[in-house]
Ligand binder design. Structure first.
Ligand code: NI
Length: 164
């Protein structure tokens, strides 16, 4: 396994539409292993292959148990509800924005062997599904918000809240 470099906003790979995975071979397995190592190192909740410069429909998300789940060729089957909260991205380091997403979603994907499965997520996990799948179509969360906050700004806002 090896760490891969996480590309940041402005890199052309992040605005490309990724192609489906057709071969469930050792190259895919190496990519998935590397993505999981890279995500763990970055302490993130999800990572899409385009973020490491590979234009394939591959995503790793952290589930509600804290385990990483590999999603190959994922599609969102259904969703319900709504949540609004702070969202960030490893490709937009140090910046966060309020983004509204569905509260629950069901995703259908393939595992590293090509077997289809479905996964349900709610709260942060559902937010992650939408965030990561958007990466595969060349979109970033910043498109959903007019205002980005730095960690310092968020800390200052929390203090103000505490005093009010
Ligand atoms: Ni992201």
């Amino acid at each position: 396994m090896a760490l891969r470099k996480i590309l940041t906003q402005g890199d052309p790979a992040l605005s490309k539409v990724c192609r489906p995975v057709e071969n469930f071979d050792h190259r895919l397995h190496t990519l998935l292993d590397d993505m999981k190592e890279t995500l763990a190192q970055a302490n993130g909740l999800g990572l899409a292959a385009s973020q490491v410069g590979i234009l394939r429909r591959v995503v790793v998300v952290v589930d509600s148990q804290g385990e990483m789940v590999e999603l190959v060729n994922p599609v969102i089957l259904s969703w319900e509800g709504e949540q609004t909260g702070l969202e960030g991205c490893l490709s937009v380091p140090g910046q966060y924005g309020m983004v509204t997403r569905p509260y629950k979603a069901v995703v259908r994907a393939q595992d590293r062997a090509g077997n289809q499965f479905e996964m349900e997520g709610e709260g942060v996990v559902a937010r992650c599904f939408f965030h990561e799948l958007e990466h595969l179509d060349g979109h970033l969360f910043v498109e959903h918000t007019d205002r980005l906050y730095t960690t310092e700004e968020l800390d200052a806002m929390e203090q103000e809240d505490g005093q009010a």
